[in-house]
Design a protein around this ligand. Structure first.
Ligand SMILES: [Fe+2]
Ligand SMILES: [Fe+2]
Length: 177
């Protein structure tokens, strides 16, 4: 599932984050289906940016938390990497994302809380601001599109081209709402 032109533009705009060597390592961390955490984060940032504009939330702040919400270098698909990589990853990775982000820039308290609650309702923290709501909705929207696109690529044996087509159509539908 390829990044769109707008998503690539957003990654370039925030190159002070996306070009950091540690952030680039997210390209080697798998995410939903056939995606990696770098591309997932760019997609979430763009979806959050768009949603924030519709909801009257600061879009720059939304893009920032989108970029940084999964900034964790643990591969949760790796069964040999211990307990944190599996059972506790859902609870653990937002905290690690905030710690890793703090080495690049300073997040506001509201931005930190938004990252902390983005796994709601799977994790314990409840979104407590409009920014947090934007992030958790954008994350779920993108994860759903990535899951379906990957299923089209692999389960149906349809290949990357069809996966990209499905994902474009699906995201087009989701972005209208
Ligand atoms: Fe996450
Ligand atoms: Fe995510």
């Amino acid at each position: 599932m390829a990044l769109t032109k707008n998503e690539i533009r957003l990654a370039e705009k925030y190159s002070h984050i996306t070009k950091q060597p540690e952030y680039q390592l997210l390209k080697s961390i798998p995410r939903h289906g056939n995606t990696n955490t770098y591309e997932h984060s760019i997609r979430v940032a763009y979806a959050a940016y768009r949603l924030a504009r519709k909801m009257g939330v600061d879009p720059e702040s939304a893009a920032l938390v989108g970029l940084l919400h999964d900034f964790c270098l643990i591969n949760y698909h790796d069964r040999s990497a211990g307990k944190v990589s599996r059972s506790w990853y859902c609870l653990h990775h937002p905290r690690e994302a905030i710690q890793n982000a703090s080495r690049i820039l300073e997040l506001s308290k509201e931005e930190q809380k938004a990252i902390l609650s983005h796994m709601f309702p799977l994790a314990l923290h409840v979104p407590s601001s409009s920014l947090a709501l934007v992030l958790t909705l954008a994350d779920k929207q993108v994860a759903t599109a990535e899951g379906i696109s990957s299923a089209a690529e692999t389960c149906l044996g349809a290949g990357k081209k069809t996966g990209n087509y499905v994902s474009r159509k699906l995201r087009g539908i989701l972005e209208k709402h």
